[in-house]
Write a protein that binds this ligand. Structure first.
Ligand code: HSE
Length: 334
């Protein structure tokens, strides 16, 4: 049996980690739910009983084997080293350590071989990087990818529980003809799209989310040379990210070959039913663990036959965050 701590247990991802742990089948001796002082003392259901949220302190990790962090980079930078010093393996969902060369960045379906067994930090990637690499890594393993061009449609959940609430409240206010002053996102969210879901780097014009996805995708796929262009956009969807991806391979690859590889790829479900007009959608991706892949077609913009277009959708809170972290834990426990 293992002892697990969840840091940020009351946040959007923390709540999902609790749920994934309950469903994981792991033999849990202790589950310690940690959060800020503000949330401490709350009683929440867990398994057949309840647990009390505890305040995160320097002593929180005594006797803990595995600590799952989902509370933001600042908390991770301060407390993850303390958890490791106390003997725990940390699975960190923030961006604090992802690009550290000494820290593995893990999507179990893609690179579980890099998971170390000794105490230390394992980084859970950015949600877009996870959802993209689940189908793209097996394609790259068979036919080397030269270049990716990605446009995302990212849900409110990626900006946290408060942004999900802002989507609900601002939509209700809009429909009631009332004014809603944005509190979490900088601009009106209901019935809108933001082409700027993170601060834009003035030197490159790319936003922080786009830069993260480029770097992390290269690291996860062990392809530092991979050419990637991406536009990351926030849309008024609750919890699943979608993306349009154009994949340019080193040589010509047919849509049938792509479909055959993806059919057997772990974590991928092909949703590509022409007659039913049924393709990946964020509401179908929500609440389940697979990355849905469809609209698989030859890219007519590249007459060489080397490029394939795809559309993906995956639950940002599950495979894009909590589920991936718990799957790493399951691999660690064996
Ligand atoms: N940065 C992501 C987003 C979520 O804004 O949607 C975290 O991976």
């Amino acid at each position: 049996a293992i002892s697990v701590a969840v840091v940020g247990a009351t946040g959007a991802v923390g709540v999902e980690i609790r749920d994934c742990l309950e469903k994981s089948g792991l033999n849990l001796a202790t589950v310690r739910l940690l959060a800020s002082k503000r949330s401490a003392g709350q009683t929440v259901p867990f398994g057949n009983g309840t647990l009390v949220i505890e305040e995160l302190t320097d002593d929180s990790f005594r006797g803990i084997d595995y600590a799952l962090f989902s509370a933001g980079s600042g908390v991770s930078k301060e407390f993850a080293p303390k958890a490791v010093a106390a003997g725990a393996i940390v699975i960190d969902n923030s961006s604090a350590f992802r690009m550290d060369a000494a820290i593995p960045l893990v999507v179990p379906e893609v690179n579980q071989d890099v998971i170390p067994a000794q105490p230390g930090i394992i980084a859970n990637p950015n949600c877009v990087a996870i959802i993209a690499t689940v189908p793209l890594a097996p394609l790259n393993a068979r036919h080397t990818i030269r270049r990716l061009n990605i446009a995302t449609y990212q849900a409110a959940s990626g900006a946290g529980a408060a942004a999900m609430e802002e989507l609900r409240l601002s939509t209700a206010a809009y429909l009631a003809g009332e004014h809603y002053e944005p509190r979490v996102l900088k601009h009106p969210y209901a019935f809108n799209v933001f082409s700027h879901n993170a601060a834009v780097n003035p030197e490159t014009g790319y936003n922080g989310e786009e830069e993260k996805v480029i770097e992390e995708t290269r690291k996860i796929m062990c392809r530092p040379d991979l050419l990637i262009s991406i536009t990351c956009v926030r849309v008024p969807v609750l919890r699943a990210h979608s993306m349009a991806v154009t994949v340019e391979f080193e040589h010509a690859v047919s849509p049938e070959e792509v479909r055959a590889i993806l059919k057997d790829a772990p974590g991928v479900r092909i949703v590509d039913e022409l007659e039913a007009n049924h393709f990946p959608m964020p509401n179908e991706a929500s609440g389940q663990g697979d990355v849905l892949v469809g609209r698989i077609r030859r890219d007519v913009g590249d007459p060489s036959g080397r490029s394939i277009a795809l559309f993906l959708a995956g639950d940002q809170l599950l495979k894009g965050a909590a589920l991936n972290a718990v799957q790493i834990l399951q691999r660690l426990v064996g």
